[in-house]
Design a protein around this ligand. Sequence first.
Ligand code: SIN
Length: 290
Amino acid sequence: MNAVTILRTAARAISDNFEVVRVEANLGAEIRGLDLTGAITPELADLIRSLLWEHQVLFFRDTGIDDSKQAEIGRIFGPPVADSILKRRGVKDEDIIPFNSGPYSNSYYGTPWHADATYLETPYQVSILRSVIAPELGGDTAFSSGISAYESLSQDIKDKIDGLSAIHRPTGKAYGMIEDKADLDDYLAEYSGVAHPVVITHPFNGKKILYVNEGFTKEIVGLPEPESKELLTFLTRQFYRPENIARFKWKPGSLAIWDNRSVQHYGVADYGKVPRQLVRIVAAGDRPSR
Ligand code: SIN
């Protein structure tokens, strides 16, 4: 029996209505017929993990789950981690703080393409967002695959970047979220830059992933600045290509689980002053490696 057959057999044992509807050719699947409100059994956890390593981002509709069930789903992948800025304000790893996004709210209104927290030595393995309040129109989140971005590069470029590392820093995020100058300086000194390989290998499916992002990757180690800038611009631009993107329209109760190693995301800022509330849970990861 191959892996897909094993997966389907396991899924049918969990739910008769189980269905995987692929969203785009290179990433994304909507998972139907799985009840997430009940017990997260080891079998269900195995199924969700293997679906995620296969499809990179999973979408669920009308989940009916609450914060604590979302946290339980997060623990399938690892312990929770609090955002590095919120941690300084006393937020604990286990705390769940819904964020209202939008131009006049307490959180982001649109974000550049990024994977979460790549400025940490051990960025999250998985991130999970659930919609509580969704705009009627707009406010989607787009996801882009570092696996297909890497695969679509020419062999020359692959050879050029395979041994390189890049520095990741949370500079833009810090300027956007920390008003107090002393606090800002202190934060930027604490998170002063972490090097990760430009191409990493997925810990569970062995695929190569292009691992630089517009939000946090600032320079390529060992290259003169103009060359580093030009290469980073070229590489991060791969994530804008529609071939690598799946876009998700939120409705209250929708859930997106993404592999924060292999996909980046982008919050689309096109919903004006309309309320939008999401709950985020993330699961700790290891240090990315070649
Ligand atoms: C984020 O960038 O982490 C939030 C995504 C969103 O608001 O859609």
